[in-house]
Structure formats: structure tokens, C-alpha cells
Design a protein around this ligand. Structure first.
Ligand SMILES: *Cc1c(COP(=O)(O)O)cnc(C)c1O
Length: 229
């Protein structure tokens, strides 16, 4: 077994533990493998070990991998920052986008989605911790943005995503995830039909699952430490 295959097996077991420990069914939580900075061979290893959903954060890097891996029926998710000059490439190449945080980007993605493809499955990124990540809509602007995105024909609004500021204490990891779930509940009470909470990474996915995550985005626990140039 490759290292990636055994890491995947351990991550899957930990997801099942976290879900059942929280009184949830394990199949309510989907594993998204974050392959940014890792070569196409790493993605192939993970695919051979049964992983079909992968996420990337840098458009240029992702396009190379998507084209090199065209022989595999991978579902590609975009989770990185979105510049307006990259929306067309994103709209043409990804099934999901988790990092939409402003209306002009959403409108461009919708308009540029090729007609022969289904709508892009979208999560709105929320700046839940205030500091930490600078990306994301603030919680008080979320409802207006969500209602506007829900009307765009090229997008299907599925839910919310957040990257909380890292904290070392496990108990403190729960709070931002609970806050995101509360915002999600409020939007559904306002009539939206959201089913996705994209939250939890290698260091905090157990807390995210306990608070209702339906997609966890995990990179280093599967592929190893990233080295940035
Ligand atoms: C890199 C990244 C991840 C994965 O982080 P790990 O700590 O390696 O699991 C998840 N979500 C986003 C948005 C990322 O950029």
C-alpha cells in the first residue's frame, strides 16, 4: 500500500469516528482531498485508493493537473481565492467552487459557465473569525449575497464554507464551526435550500464534523506536508 493510500485509510477511519461520536451517520460527511502543490502522481495514488473528489487552490496549477488527469473521472473543486481574470477558467473546469465571496465574481462565474455543463455547485465563503483569513463575506452581509447568488442561472447555491483562524485548543475549535452552522440554519429559515457545510481541515476536521460539516477539505493528512516554493 502506498503512503497516500494508508493515510487515506486513516483519515476515513477518523471521519467515521468523529461522525459516529457526534451521533451522525458517516455517510453524511464527504471527504474532499486537497491536492494543491502535489503532483499528478499523488492524485493518481489517491484515486487508485478510491478517492474521487479533489480540490485545488491555484488556477494555473490546477489547469495543468486537470488536463494531465483527464483520463480519470475526477470531480474537481476550486477552494482558492478568485481573481476576476480567472473566473472563465474556473467556470469551464470545476464542478464546485467553495470560495465565492462577492457578487461580481458570482455573476461572472454564472455567465461564463458553458451551457453544456450543469450549474456550478457553489458555497459562499464566510469570514467567520474576523481575523485569520482575509477572504470571505462578513456574516452581516451574507444573507443579501446568498439571496442574490441563489438567483443566478449558472450557479447552484449549496451552502457555506469557512477557514477559521487556527487555534491549538480543541474545545475552542468548535465555536467558529457552530457559528457557521447557525448562519446556515438562518439562511434555510429564510427560504434557501442549503445542504452543504464545507468546514474542517487536517487539524480540525473532528470538531467540524461534530458541528455539522458535510464536506471536510483535507490535504496534509493525506498527501503529507506541503512545501511552498
Ligand atoms: C490547503 C487548504 C485546505 C487543506 O488544508 P490541510 O491543513 O492541508 O488539510 C483546506 N481548505 C482550504 C481552503 C485550503 O486552502
Amino acid at each position: 500500500m502506498t503512503t497516500i493510500a494508508s493515510n487515506l485509510q486513516a483519515v476515513r477511519a477518523a471521519i467515521i469516528d468523529a461522525a459516529t461520536g457526534a451521533g451522525r451517520r458517516a455517510d453524511e460527511v464527504s471527504l474532499l482531498a486537497v491536492s494543491k502543490t502535489f503532483a499528478q502522481d499523488a492524485v493518481r495514488d489517491a484515486y487508485q485508493a478510491g478517492q474521487t473528489r479533489f480540490a485545488e487552490s491555484y488556477v494555473q496549477e490546477a489547469l495543468g493537473k486537470i488536463s494531465a488527469l483527464h483520463d480519470l473521472p475526477i470531480e474537481w473543486h476550486y477552494i482558492g481565492p478568485i481573481q476576476s481574470n480567472k473566473t472563465r477558467a474556473i467556470a469551464e473546469n470545476f464542478a464546485w467552487v467553495h470560495s465565492v465571496d462577492r457578487i461580481n465574481i458570482a455573476e461572472r462565474l454564472s455567465a461564463q459557465r458553458p451551457a453544456h455543463l450543469p450549474p456550478i455547485q457553489v458555497c459562499i465563503q464566510v469570514n467567520i473569525s474576523g481575523e485569520g483569513s482575509k477572504s470571505g463575506v462578513s456574516p452581516d452581509q451574507l444573507s443579501i449575497l446568498a439571496q442574490a447568488i441563489a438567483k443566478l442561472p449558472g450557479l447552484k447555491l449549496r451552502g457555506l464554507m469557512a477557514i477559521p483562524a487556527p487555534v491549538d485548543n480543541v474545545a475552542a475549535q468548535h465555536l467558529p464551526f457552530a457559528q457557521l452552522r447557525e448562519l446556515f440554519n438562518q439562511l434555510n429559515q429564510q427560504g434557501l435550500k442549503l445542504d452543504t457545510l464545507s468546514m474542517g481541515m487536517s487539524h480540525d476536521f473532528a470538531a467540524a464534523i461534530a458541528e455539522g460539516a458535510t464536506i471536510v477539505r483535507i490535504g496534509s493528512a493525506i498527501f503529507g506536508q506541503r512545501e511552498y516554493p
